[in-house]
Write a protein that binds this ligand. Structure first.
Ligand SMILES: C[S@@+](CC[C@H](N)C(=O)[O-])C[C@H]1O[C@@H](n2cnc3c(N)ncnc32)[C@H](O)[C@@H]1O
Length: 277
């Protein structure tokens, strides 16, 4: 059996990842998540100021081009644009599973670029982004204004124990998350119950679901990294409970295929709500 240069690059990458996984465990407690993202998103304000077009806003060379990527099981050492294919993937999933949805929301939307892209592509629909950090909401709204998009953003905590506001109840036809539930770690039941209050037709999740990582070397090392980072846990069990107790139907659960950082194995989960939810 011959070993290619790409195999060697992948082994080198997995070795580094494996070393990182052996460090002190991290925690996704909310204070930690907040402090990471409040300052992280605030740094995008200056970038937004310098953007002349929406296209520049939707692709930033220094953050959206990854040196180690994979598409499903295939590893690539050449840098790739990981943003544009992700946006197109979200768009294709919405069109395939919820073509009639007129009101689309995203929870944990960060600085709102997924929603900005969709809003530009479908000006006749309405879009809303919900986000924990004030910096994310502020920048997302500023970008909507700058590029004349029909998309609003507001602060929202998926883990809050308070009732969902009247204004948000049933306000979206479909709601999606993209690498956002990963931040709530094992509190998925609380988060999902809240999201179900907002949407009428269903939920779409593009998230790293550790239980479904492939039993390959890459999948095993990435699962170890996932555990150290304290990302999403027990999501399949939560979905099974929703199927049993809330009559939610799983339309799809399987790999989400687009170029992505090589330590990620995102899953696409499409859940449909019973009529009259
Ligand atoms: C990895 S970023 C993903 C952002 C965006 N969805 C994307 O695809 O670029 C995760 C986001 O989830 C948000 N988040 C974390 N916990 C949250 C919570 N409890 N409620 C709402 N948003 C949350 C973070 O503030 C952050 O903006």
């Amino acid at each position: 059996m011959s070993v290619s240069k790409s195999d060697l690059n992948e082994l080198e990458f997995l070795k580094e990842l494996n070393q990182w996984s052996e460090g002190k465990p991290l925690s996704r407690v909310q204070n930690q998540v907040l402090s990471e993202y409040e300052s992280g998103w605030a740094e995008w304000e200056e970038y937004l100021l310098g953007c002349k077009t929406l296209q520049e806003w939707l692709y930033r060379q220094d953050t959206d081009c990854e040196p180690n990527t994979r598409i499903a099981e295939q590893y690539y050492a050449e840098p790739q644009n990981t943003m544009t294919p992700k946006l197109r993937f979200i768009e294709s999933v919405l069109n395939k599973y919820f073509p009639s949805a007129q009101r689309v929301g995203e929870a944990g939307c960060g600085i709102g670029r997924n929603i900005h892209y969709l809003s530009d592509r479908y000006p006749q629909k309405s879009f809303c982004g919900l986000e924990l950090t004030t910096s994310g909401v502020k920048i997302a709204n500023a970008a909507s204004k700058k590029f004349h998009l029909n998309a609003q953003f507001q602060q929202f905590d998926m883990l809050s124990r308070q009732n969902v506001s009247q204004e948000l109840l049933g306000s979206a036809d479909v709601l999606f998350t993209c690498f956002a539930l990963e931040q709530v770690s094992s509190n998925t039941e609380v988060a999902m119950e809240r999201l179900l209050r907002i949407t009428k037709q269903g939920l779409i999740h593009i998230e790293p679901v550790m239980e479904l990582y492939p039993p390959t070397l890459g999948g095993t090392v990435s699962a170890k990294m996932h555990k150290r980072a304290d990302y999403l846990k027990d999501f399949v069990a939560t979905v099974c409970k929703l199927v049993q107790h809330r009559r939610v139907v799983i339309d799809y659960m399987g790999p989400a295929v687009f170029p992505i950082h090589a330590a990620h194995y995102p899953t696409l989960i499409v859940l449909r709500l019973p009529p009259g939810n």
